[in-house]
Design a protein around this ligand. Structure first.
Ligand code: ADP
Length: 603
C-alpha cells in the first residue's frame, strides 16, 4: 500500500473539492467574495500537496530543484489569498502589515526564480532516500540559499499580522472567529515554518508536509463560512416566519402588508394589499406601477415622502387617494418604516396599507352635518332674536308714534309755531315708521327656511346624534343608556332640525350633570299612542329649579353664566313646527327629563 501517494492525493483532492464548492457559491452570489478567497487558498493547498508529492518521488537532484522552485508559486497564492480573506471576512488587520506580508512573499518568489536553483537552495547536490510512512521518499542535500530568510520573514510577518487580527476580533467580542481563523493561522503557520526550518536546515530528516498545515487553516476558514451560511439561513427562516406572522395579523386586521426592496424595486405584497390597490395577484408590483394608480394630485407628495423615508431610514406615514380603473376614488392610509443596510445604503421598507375611504366619507359627512347644524342654529337664533326684538321695539315705537300724532293734533291749535313743530313731528313720524320697517325687514330676512318633512326612522336619528356627542360623553364620564323600543313607526320630521333638538337637550343634560357624582344619560323612544312617538332625554343632574319650571322654554331665559337662553325655545319652535309637543319635568329620583312627541308619518 502506497500511503504517501494516497494521503497526499486525498489532501489535494479534498482541497480541490472545497475550492470547487466555494467557487460555486461565489458564482451564485458574487457578493460572497470571502468564498472566492477561500477557493484560491484551497487551490494553493492542492497545488502545494501535488508539488510535495512530486518532490518526495523526485528521481534526481535536478528534478527536485525544479519542483521545489514551483512549490513557491502555491505558497504565494496561499499567503495572498489568506491575507485577502482575513481583511474581507474579519474586517481586521493593519493594511500596511498585509501589504508588507504580500510584498515580501512576492519578493521571495522573484528571488526563487532569479537567485539559485530555488528559494531554498543555491544548488541541490544530491538526494537522500529515507523511509517515510513505510515508503522510500527523497529528501535533498545541498547549499542553502540566503534568500530563504526573506521567505521565512514573510511567514513570520504573516504570524504577526494574524496575532494583530486575532486581538482585534477578540476584543470585538467575536471570540470564536478570532480563535478559529486568527488562531489557526498563527498556530499552523508557525508549525509549518518550524517544520520547514528543521527540514531545510537538515535538522530532522523528513520530507516537507507544509500542505497539511495549510489544509488545517483552509478547514477552519471553510467551517467558519459554513457556520455563517447556516446562521444566515436560520435568520432568513426567522425573517420569513415573522413576515408570515405579520402578514397574518395584517390580514385579520383587514390591512394590507407589504415589503419593498430598494435594490430590486420590487414590492412583495399580501393579497389584501393587491386587492386594496386594485392589482391582480400575478403582477410584479414595482414602485412605479404603484405610483401609477395614485391620484395625480397626490402622486408627487407620495413619491417624495417615500424617497425621503428611504434616504433617511425613517417612518413613512401618508394618506392619499387612489384612482381605481373604474375611476372611483379610494382613500389609503400607509404606515411604513424604511431601514438601511449596515453600510448606510437604503435596504427595504416594511409597511401596511389601510383602506380608509369609509372613515373619510364619515368624517366629511360629520363635518357637513356639523356645519349644517351650526348654520341652522344661527338662523334660528337670529329668528328668535328678531322675534323678541320686534316685540320689544315695536311697543315703544308704537308709543312714540301715538305721542307724536297726539302732539301734532295739539299743536295744530297754536298757529304761530304750527309750521316748525309740525315739520319736526313729521320727521319723527317718518323716522319711526322707517325704524318699524327696518325691524320688519330683519324679520323677513331671518325668516326660517321651510322645514323639509320626510318619513324618519327614530333609531338612526338618535344614533347619528350620539356619534357626534359620544366623545363629549366619555370625556365627562357619563354612562349612556339607550332604550329605543322595537317596532317604532317612522315619524314625520325634518332630519336636521330634529337632530338639532336632540343635540340641545343632550347638551343641557350634560351641563346639568357637571357637578353630580353619578352621571347617567338615558335616551328613550317609545310609541306613546298608535300615531305618536315620544323621545325623551333624561339626566341624573341638578333637576329644573322649581321656581323657574315654567320659564325654561322662554327665549333669553337662562340660569347659566354664559348661557344665551335660546336652546329650549329653539327646540320648542322646531317641535311645534312639526305639530308636536315638548315638555320638561323633574325625575322622582333626581335629575330632569325633557321629552318631545312627534306625529307618525302617514304618507
Ligand atoms: P341655555 O342652555 O343657554 O341656558 P336653554 O334654553 O337651553 O338655554 O336652557 C334654559 C335653562 O333651562 C337653563 O339655563 C337651565 O336652567 C334649564 N335647563 C335646561 N335643561 C336642563 C336640565 N336638563 N336640567 C336642569 N335644568 C335645565
Amino acid at each position: 500500500m502506497n500511503w504517501v501517494t494516497i494521503i497526499w492525493s486525498t489532501a489535494g483532492a479534498a482541497s480541490l473539492t472545497l475550492a470547487a464548492i466555494s467557487l460555486l457559491v461565489w458564482s451564485r452570489k458574487r457578493k460572497a467574495r470571502a468564498h472566492a478567497y477561500l477557493a484560491l487558498t484551497a487551490i494553493g493547498v492542492a497545488l502545494m500537496a501535488v508539488t510535495e508529492l512530486l518532490m518526495m518521488h523526485a528521481g534526481t537532484a535536478r528534478e527536485f530543484e525544479t519542483v521545489l522552485r514551483w512549490f513557491h508559486v502555491p505558497v504565494l497564492l496561499i499567503i495572498v489569498s489568506l491575507v485577502g480573506f482575513v481583511r474581507l471576512y474579519l474586517r481586521a488587520g493593519r493594511p500596511w502589515l498585509a501589504w508588507t506580508v504580500c510584498g515580501l512573499r512576492t519578493l521571495s518568489l522573484v528571488a526563487n526564480f532569479v537567485f539559485g536553483v530555488n528559494l531554498n537552495y543555491r544548488e541541490i547536490t544530491s538526494l537522500r532516500h529515507i523511509r517515510f510512512l513505510g515508503e522510500s521518499v527523497s529528501i535533498p542535500e545541498g547549499v542553502s540559499n540566503p534568500w530563504m530568510l526573506v521567505g521565512q520573514a514573510s511567514l513570520l510577518l504573516l504570524v504577526v499580522f494574524a496575532v494583530d487580527v486575532t486581538l482585534t476580533v477578540w476584543r470585538r467580542g467575536a471570540r470564536r472567529q478570532a480563535l478559529a481563523i486568527g488562531g489557526s493561522i498563527i498556530f499552523f503557520t508557525l508549525a509549518g515554518l518550524g517544520e520547514a526550518i528543521l527540514v531545510l536546515w537538515r535538522i530532522i530528516p523528513v520530507p516537507l508536509t507544509t500542505s497539511f498545515f495549510f489544509l488545517a487553516v483552509v478547514g477552519a476558514m471553510a467551517l467558519e463560512l459554513s457556520v455563517d451560511t447556516l446562521r444566515a439561513g436560520e435568520l432568513l427562516e426567522d425573517l420569513r416566519e415573522s413576515e408570515a406572522r405579520i402578514a397574518l395579523a395584517a390580514d385579520s386586521a383587514n390591512v394590507g402588508f407589504w415589503s419593498w426592496n430598494f435594490d430590486t424595486d420590487l414590492i412583495w405584497a399580501t393579497e389584501k394589499t393587491l386587492e386594496i390597490y386594485g392589482f391582480s395577484t400575478n403582477e410584479n408590483m414595482t414602485f412605479k406601477k404603484f405610483l401609477g394608480v395614485v391620484h395625480p394630485d397626490d402622486r408627487g407628495r407620495v413619491g417624495n415622502d417615500a424617497r425621503r423615508a428611504f434616504r433617511e431610514a425613517t417612518d413613512f406615514l401618508v394618506e392619499y387617494r387612489l384612482v381605481l380603473p373604474d375611476k372611483s376614488i379610494r382613500w389609503i392610509s400607509v404606515r411604513a418604516k424604511a431601514n438601511s443596510k449596515p453600510s448606510g445604503e437604503p435596504h427595504r421598507m416594511l409597511g401596511v396599507s389601510l383602506d380608509i375611504t369609509e372613515r373619510r366619507q364619515n368624517e366629511s359627512e360629520m363635518v357637513e352635518l356639523r356645519l349644517e347644524l351650526a348654520h341652522l342654529a344661527r338662523v334660528l337664533a337670529i329668528s328668535e332674536l328678531s322675534t323678541s326684538l320686534a316685540h320689544e321695539i315695536n311697543q315703544p315705537l308704537g308709543a312714540i308714534l301715538n305721542n307724536a300724532e297726539a302732539a301734532k293734533l295739539l299743536l295744530s291749535r297754536d298757529k304761530d309755531r304750527q309750521e316748525t313743530i309740525g315739520e319736526i313731528l313729521e320727521d319723527i313720524i317718518q323716522d319711526t315708521q322707517r325704524a318699524g320697517n327696518v325691524v320688519r325687514k330683519i324679520r323677513g330676512m331671518a325668516k326660517k327656511s321651510e322645514a323639509h318633512f320626510e318619513p324618519l326612522p327614530v333609531d338612526p336619528l338618535v344614533k347619528d346624534v350620539l356619534k357626534l356627542v359620544n366623545s363629549n360623553l366619555s370625556m365627562n364620564n357619563i354612562t349612556l343608556q339607550l332604550d329605543l323600543k322595537p317596532g317604532l313607526a317612522d315619524v314625520k320630521g325634518d332630519r336636521v332640525r330634529l337632530q338639532q333638538v336632540l343635540m340641545n337637550l343632550i347638551a343641557n343634560a350634560i351641563y346639568a350633570m357637571n357637578n353630580t357624582p353619578s352621571r347617567t344619560l338615558t335616551i328613550r323612544a317609545a310609541m306613546e299612542a298608535p300615531d305618536i312617538v315620544t323621545v325623551s332625554v333624561s339626566d341624573s343632574g341638578t333637576g329644573i329649579d322649581k321656581a323657574y319650571q315654567d320659564a325654561v322654554f322662554r327665549p333669553f331665559f337662562t340660569t347659566k353664566k354664559d348661557g344665551l337662553g335660546f336652546g329650549l325655545s329653539i327646540c320648542r319652535s322646531i317641535i311645534e313646527e312639526h305639530g308636536g309637543r315638548i315638555w320638561g319635568e323633574n325625575n322622582p329620583t333626581g335629575g330632569a327629563t325633557f321629552s318631545f312627541s312627534l306625529n307618525v308619518w302617514k304618507g
